[in-house]
Design a protein around this ligand. Sequence first.
Ligand code: 5GP
Ligand code: ZN
Length: 142
Amino acid sequence: MENCIFCKIITGEIPSTTVYEDECVKAFLDISQTTPGHTLVIPKKHVADLFEYDTSLAADVFTRIPKIARAIKASDDSIVGMNVVNNNGAVAYQSVFHSHFHLIPRYSKRDDFKMVFADNSNKYSQEQLTEIAAQIKEQLKE
Ligand code: 5GP
Ligand code: ZN
């Protein structure tokens, strides 16, 4: 893809600090280093986001993430957890439209990564939850 910065990182046109690479994926340090070791895992095939993955690409990428995550964790004794984050769409904070997974090592609850999950559980009846699930299930029918 022309003008895709991550495709240019794959070809080497834009330099990156690589931690892992094979025929399917490349993993390299995120320039922002939200926490030390913050790594991006990207498929070598250009897809914009998760919605474009077929089963084969999903298998290629997802099977490699735990291995890379374990290597990051093992690289520093002070890493005590990790957030794996995948943003899809500008509204979901995606800024580079070549799909990628953030592996963000966690050092403490007060390091530089934050995530907020609002608790709206008191706003939904069981009937409403069942209806939402039914609409999703309908889309999963083969
Ligand atoms: P997004 O916001 O799309 O989920 O994440 C894009 C990430 O790509 C950001 O965390 C940003 O720091 C990182 N990034 C953008 N440009 C470059 C670059 O040229 N090199 C590297 N290593 N990371 C980049
Ligand atoms: Zn690309």
